[in-house]
Every structure is written in structure tokens, then in C-alpha cells.
Design a binder for this molecule. Sequence first.
Ligand code: PLP
Length: 402
Amino acid sequence: MVNTKNSQPVLIEDVPVRDTMLPYGRQSLDETDIEAVIATLRSPFLTQGPRIKEFEDSVARYVGAKHAVAFSNGTAALHGACFAAEIGEGDEVITTSMTFAASANCVRYCGGEVVFADIESDTYNIDSEKIKVLISPRTKAIIPVDFTGQPVDLEEIMQLAKERNLIVIEDAAHSLGADYKGRKVGSIADMTMFSFHPVKHVTTGEGGVITTNSDELYQKLLLFRSHGITREKELLESQAEGDWYYEMQELGFNYRMTDIQAALGSSQLKKIDEFVARRREIAKQYSEAFAHTAAIITPYQKPDRNSSWHLYIIQLDLSKLTGSRKDIFDALRKQNIGVNVHYLPVHYHPYYKRLGYEKGIAPIAENLYEGIISLPLFPAMIDQDIQDVINAVNKVLTFYAK
Ligand SMILES: *Cc1c(COP(=O)(O)O)cnc(C)c1O
């Protein structure tokens, strides 16, 4: 391949490395998952039945937390966590801009103000030093995100929160199964959110959970998930008038997970160790394959934590390439590799721009965004899929090499 503008059609029109599009993420379901769902469909309860608590208990046990509260999706779970943290008008919450919009939106649902702290240039995670300087008398909480599956600096962030009396809501949508200094994510922050969207580690179709060690936060989360209503005798504000009596104590939502979803979740969770091991194996193969590729910066992992690898992101060194990130992205898609970009910085979205956030508030995240591409990564990938990705990346980068 001759590397000139005129030769571009050769690459675009050549035979792709594979015939079918390999998605960037996808669920792994087997017959036992399907049986679990069917059994629930035949059972008396489709919702508000026994499968919910079973699933919550298995999540809590797996991560080593005292409680888990399941929600209809991860975003609803984050909303519940912000409610439980009593975030409201006038409160500031610090999070990262290099995340899915839901990490920030949950603050807005409660009327709070989002403050974006910049990331570390090596891990792409929120920088605890930058959190420190952004804490004001109005700061109420921190929502760190374990970006791509690598836990944030939990010790530093929890210490900071303790000193300044803040609540930490860890967005662990990417990091189910990850560990930090020998402890599982989900047992450390005040509240931790996991998502069960099909691209995440285990799925319930749509679904999410908050884990916590606090009895008080647990009660608030339960209330919020179900209209703000309780029937528990010992929690009632008034005398129960009879067995029919229940009370709406807060303006909650209907954010319940169904038993059908929970049954799927319990079945899926039995395979979490297998899923995470496969994700780690795929990430290792990518990192080895691209270790000496000049135009690629592979993900950096801190030694005291172990990512569960929701995403594998390559950072392009555009100074070594003749094409743009878009050229390379498009060429990989033409090779039937379902690459993606995670994420457009949250403050670039029109909604946040209208609120007054400007380019320049998180220069490292903004700069990172310019060169990143997410490669396919999910447990059901076979070895040939991994090889296809590696071959396609090498082929495209060779074509665009300076
Ligand atoms: C997936 C995700 C969420 C939201 O989860 P849903 O279950 O899709 O609502 C929140 N934060 C991050 C970082 C995510 O990746």
C-alpha cells in the first residue's frame, strides 16, 4: 500500500479483515439464563416478588457490601443515590467529564450543580488532586467514575470526603468485578452504582443497583425506588389504621426492577468471574499486540488495582499519522470492526453548553477525546475475533503511518 491520498480508495475498497460487523460490546447469554427467565414467567410474580431480593443479596455478597438495592436501570440508580445523598438546589457535586452523561445528569435531576474535575493523563480517571481544589462550601458529593473498569483513587477520594464531610457515589458502571487494594469495588464508597445494560459485565436487559454499607442510605434508596412509599410498620410516621395502610413519605419514583430482570441477573452473576477473566485476557492480548505500535498509546493500569475491563481504549498519537481520528475510525468500520468513541466529554453536549460550561474547563479530557477509539471487547469474542481486530488496526495504521 502506498501511503498517499490517492491510494486511500485501495484501503476503503479492499477486502475487509472479516465479513460481518464485530460490535464493540454485546451480552453473553446461555440456556441457563433463558431457563431462569422462563421459570420466572411461569411463576406468580413478574414484579415485586422474591427474585429481586435474591438478586440484590447475590450482588451484595459478590462485592462485599452490606446492602444492595436494584433499580430499573443504572441511571435511575444514580438518581436514587443523589436523592439519598440529599443533593438539592444550591449543592455542587464534583464528577468527571470523561464519562457517559448519566454520571452528571443524576445531579441535575435533583437540582444540583455539576462541577467537572479534569482527569489524569495516564489512567483517564478523575484526578483526586483536582477534586481537592474544586471543593467549595457548597460541595455535597463526589461522583467518581471507574473509567473503562479501572478503579479510581478510592483511598484518596474517601479521605478527602471524610475531611470535608462529603458523600461519595462511585459510578462503577464499568467496573463490576474490579478490585482496589485487595477489595472489590462496591464495598468502599458510601454508595456504588452498577449498570446491567447488555454491554456491561452482566446484564438484566435494563437494570442497575446501588450497593452500600449504610442502613440509613439503604432505607432511603428503598423508599425512593418505589414512589417514596413504605408499608413497614416501624418506619411509618403515623399510626397504621389497618393492614391496608401505607404511607408516601417522599416524592419517589417507580424505578423498580422486575423479577424477570432479576432472575436473569442472578443467573448472569454466577458467571461474572468467567466474564471478567475473559475480558482481562482480551485486554492483555490487545496490549501485547500494540505494545510496540508507535502511533498507539495503550491503556495504563496502576499496580494496586485490577480493572475488570469494560472498555479497551487506544489513544492515537496523531503526530505519527497522516490521517485523522475520523479517518482511522471510518477505515476500521469499513474493515467490519465495530469501533466506538467513549466519550464525547459531557460538557460538550448542547444541554451542558447551554448551562454555561465551556471548552477549556477540562483540558486533559478534551485532548484525550481527540485521539481515542474503543476496540471491541466482550467475553463472547472468540480468538479469531481478537485477531481480526488486531489485524485491522495494524492494517489501517500501516496505511496511515507517516
Ligand atoms: C452505562 C453507564 C451508566 C448508566 O447505566 P444505564 O443502566 O444504561 O442507565 C452510567 N454511567 C456510566 C459511566 C455508564 O457507562
